[in-house]
Ligand binder design. Sequence first.
Ligand SMILES: Cc1cc2nc3c(=O)[nH]c(=O)nc-3n(C[C@H](O)[C@H](O)[C@H](O)COP(=O)(O)O)c2cc1C
Length: 325
Amino acid sequence: MMINGITHTLHLAPMAELTTPALREVVKKFTGNVVLYSEMLASGAINAKAPHNEPLIKRYDFDTPFCYQLVGNNPAIMANAASVLQDYGCDGININMACSAPHILKTGGGANLLCNFNLAKAVIAACRKNVRGLLTVKMRAGFHDIDLLFLRQFVSMLQDEGVDAVIIHPRAAKWGFTRKAHWDVIEAIVTAVKIPVIGNGDITNAELAMQRLQQTHCDGIMIGRAAVQKPWIFARCQALLQQQSLSLSLDIEEIWIEVLENIQSMLPARLHKSRAHRFCAYYHKNVTFGHTLFSSIRQCSDINDMIVLIKDYFKRNEVERIKIV
Ligand SMILES: Cc1cc2nc3c(=O)[nH]c(=O)nc-3n(C[C@H](O)[C@H](O)[C@H](O)COP(=O)(O)O)c2cc1C
């Protein structure tokens, strides 16, 4: 995907309560070559200028390239919200047709738009009129199941309506996270449309990311959960893209505490506990007894108490602090 004349292959997946500036900053420290996304933002709340959204909208110097992700299903409301977000400064607006969480489906947004072709088309047409930068769509490969014929028609419609790139998580919405991501679907869509196709789903390491790129000829790779556990994953991907080898000496404790301290300094106190727990739910997998440590962390409301537990863990398990990848 081209942004300001530069091709961007790597994308950090938008994830509610996870892709906070706290995580984005650390991802960017490892490599600049990754497109960042905000947490999902509800179009109605954006238009209402709801104060609770301010910390989720705030953009930092490291947030570049940066896209806001918008969810909703009313064309006029979505188009207006896209304008509002654009005025905050960003490289693009991403429309969420991927979320399968029941509270989002109930509102008619997220993956529900896959069930209403004409409404999805109207949402894109309205947003396209207001978005000067990139307009992209993140979508599941189907709602109840994957239907390749439907998917081709749907992505062709997005292309015809002026969408600049499509990100496909090749699972049906109703599958949630069960079954595996069907990457053969990505390959089929790449050959069917002209716009860039970015593949997403179940990438766990840089080598697999390269394998998926080569197999499917897709234009980019988006990584979600593995990037929370390994915020350095894009640096390794970038090195492989440049046919270089990269060995990183990581201080697992330092990175952990940095994200938690970022949460404290970048987000309001009401979000500290939820965002810290969310991050630790993935990052704890980097250490042998992480499960037990995470159980203790979940008892804490205050990030300072979580940090005490983490420091104590590494004092007792010093050999786990430095990891070479
Ligand atoms: C906790 C969590 C929150 C998520 N929130 C969003 C979201 O707000 N918007 C979205 O498009 N996808 C969301 N996703 C889906 C991810 O962006 C991504 O498509 C999915 O995790 C598959 O990629 P992965 O296997 O690399 O994690 C979320 C996923 C998780 C695990």
